[in-house]
Design a protein around this ligand. Structure first.
Ligand SMILES: [Zn+2]
Ligand SMILES: [Zn+2]
Length: 244
C-alpha cells in the first residue's frame, strides 16, 4: 500500500501530523500559561470547573488535528510546489504592505468568523456545531479551541485559504497566528488583561477583550466578533461588556 501512495502523499501526511502536533502544543502552552496567570491574579475563579476544563481540553486537542491537517498540507504544497502567496523576501513587496496585510488578514478572518458564528446561532446549526463551545459557562483559558469538529472546520480553513489569495510575508503570517492564538485564549479566560479604563476607551470600543466575549457566553445572541467590534456595531449586535 505504501508504494501506491507515493512519497509526495506521505510527505503531505507527515506535514499534517507535524502541524497537528505544533497546534496542539501551542494550545497547551498558551492556555496553560494564561490559566496559571489566572490562578495568581484571580485565585479561585476556576474553582469547581474541573470537569468543564477536562472537556474543554479534549475538544481543543481534537480541534488541533482539524486545524493541523489543512495547515500542514498547505505548508507542504508551499515548500514543495510554491503554492500560496506567502513570501520570505522582505523586499518582494513594499514595506507598507506588511502591516496592511496583517490588518487585512485579521479583518477578513474576523468577517468570516462573525458571519459563520451568527449562522451557528440558528437553532439547527447551534445544536449540531456550536453547543459544545457554549457548554463553557463561564469559559476558561482552556476553552480557546473547545469546538465541535464542524465548528473547528469552519475556523481551520480560513488562513490556509487566504494565503492563496492575499500575499503575506512569513513573519506577518507568524504574527497573525500569534494574535489568533493569544486572543483566542485571553478572550476566554474570564478577566481583562488590560485595565478597565483602556477596555472602555475609544480604542476599546472597537476591540474585543475578555469582558466582551464573556457577555457572548452569558447572553448568547450578541457580541459575535473575534477581534473587532466593527460587524457587531454595524449589525446592532454589540451589547457591550459584561460586568468586571
Ligand atoms: Zn467563546
Ligand atoms: Zn456563540
Amino acid at each position: 500500500m505504501s508504494a501506491s501512495l507515493g512519497p509526495g502523499l506521505w510527505a503531505a501526511l507527515l506535514s499534517a501530523a507535524v502541524m497537528t502536533g505544533i497546534v496542539g502544543v501551542r494550545y497547551l502552552m498558551t492556555s496553560g500559561l494564561f490559566a496559571w496567570i489566572t490562578a495568581r491574579v484571580r485565585p479561585g475563579s476556576y474553582t469547581g470547573l474541573d470537569r468543564q476544563i477536562r472537556s474543554e481540553i479534549s475538544w481543543s486537542l481534537l480541534s488541533a488535528a482539524i486545524y493541523g491537517v489543512p495547515a500542514g498540507v498547505v505548508a507542504w504544497g508551499w515548500q514543495q510546489y510554491g503554492w500560496t502567496r506567502i513570501y520570505t523576501d522582505a523586499g518582494a513587496y513594499p514595506l507598507w504592505w506588511m502591516p496592511l496585510s496583517l490588518l487585512i488578514y485579521l479583518f477578513l478572518h474576523d468577517t468570516w468568523f462573525y458571519w459563520t458564528h451568527r449562522w451557528m446561532h440558528l437553532p439547527g446549526p447551534f445544536r449540531v456545531a456550536h453547543a459544545v463551545h457554549h457548554a463553557s459557562r463561564p469559559p476558561t483559558a482552556w476553552a480557546a479551541m473547545s469546538f465541535h469538529p464542524v465548528e473547528a472546520l469552519t475556523g481551520a480553513v480560513v488562513i490556509p485559504a487566504l494565503v492563496f489569495f492575499v500575499p503575506i510575508h512569513i513573519g506577518m503570517l507568524a504574527a497573525v497566528l500569534t494574535i489568533m492564538t493569544v486572543m483566542g485564549v485571553t478572550n476566554h479566560m474570564g478577566w481583562d488583561l488590560f485595565p478597565r479604563r483602556l477596555v472602555e476607551s475609544r480604542l476599546g470600543h472597537w476591540l474585543i477583550t475578555a469582558s466582551h466575549h464573556n457577555r457572548h457566553h452569558e447572553s448568547y445572541k450578541c457580541n459575535y466578533g473575534l477581534y473587532f467590534r466593527v460587524w457587531d456595531h454595524l449589525c446592532g449586535t454589540d451589547k457591550g461588556l459584561s460586568s468586571p
